[in-house]
Ligand binder design. Structure first.
Ligand code: COA
Length: 227
């Protein structure tokens, strides 16, 4: 729908910005609706729809945050899966205090451990494959702002974490990154680029400091009492 399509991740869609975007739409001629129809929708109504959309998004993020404090893993997983739309595989655990941006954009495979206080951002799509360990306090982002944009435009790119990756505590993974199978991200690393399979990276920006054996046989299944 055109109205929703214009609702980008820019939270400050002022009437001026909306007019600018309208102008872009007109010149790009991509809209499915004739110009007369688009012009007939008042700016204030479009702004109201935009606000409702973001209130709904915020509400879901807030629900995910509240649920993260419930000391029952089964209950948390139920809400994540069936109410918030997070795709969660079998024997995957999400420990207490984790936060999600746009939960339905997050997909996690089997036998993963998402440890306490991790932040997972699904706004541009986050895929975590099987047997991945994400340690306490890490953050994986899929959206940021173009620092050179006069209007502070958003830019997003999906993140993919492949099988058997181990992410150390308080690592930060930036939008657009793919972490190859079996790779290790050191504690506190900042990862702006793709990581090769079975490389061990650390530091900010993360650089290869070693290589991991390929004969990994473990399957994660780490569930804490009270979650
Ligand atoms: C990345 C990691 C797995 C590397 O382990 P390793 O392969 O045994 O590496 P080493 O300890 O031999 O260190 C190799 C070099 O990298 C450096 N290094 C290791 N981890 C680092 C990190 N997180 N950040 C920066 N440098 C790091 C070491 O200082 C060493 O440098 P040096 O040779 O100049 O002394 C480990 O250091 C790490 O960060 N683990 C995560 C810990 C954690 O988050 N625990 C909670 C999960 S339960």
């Amino acid at each position: 729908m055109w109205i929703i399509r214009t609702a980008s991740w820019n939270l400050d869609l002022t009437p001026d910005l909306i007019s600018m975007k309208l102008q872009e739409e007109r010149s790009s001629k991509k809209s499915r609706f004739p110009l007369q129809v688009r012009q007939s929708i008042p700016v204030s109504f479009r702004q109201a729809l935009n606000d409702i959309y973001y209130d709904w998004v915020d509400t879901r993020d807030f629900l995910a945050e509240i649920v993260s404090l419930v000391p029952s893993h089964n209950m948390r997983i139920f809400v994540y899966r069936y109410i918030l739309g997070i795709k969660l595989g079998t024997l995957t655990t999400v420990h207490r205090g984790c936060r999600f941006y746009f939960p339905s954009g997050v997909a996690i495979g089997n036998n993963c451990v998402i440890n306490r206080d991790v932040l997972l951002d699904g706004r541009s799509g986050l895929t975590i494959h099987d047997n991945v360990s994400v340690s306490e306090g890490s953050a994986i982002f899929t959206l940021d702002h173009d620092p050179n944009s006069p209007t502070f435009e958003n830019r997003g790119s999906p993140v993919v974490i492949n099988n058997q990756v181990y992410i150390g505590s308080r690592a930060v993974i930036l939008p657009g990154v793919t972490v190859g199978e079996g790779a290790v991200i050191g504690a506190g690393a900042v990862v702006p680029h793709d990581v090769e399979p079975y490389h061990i990276v650390a530091g900010a920006p993360a650089r290869t400091i070693g290589h991991r054996n390929r004969n990994l046989t473990y399957k994660l299944n780490y569930r804490k009492f009270l979650g």
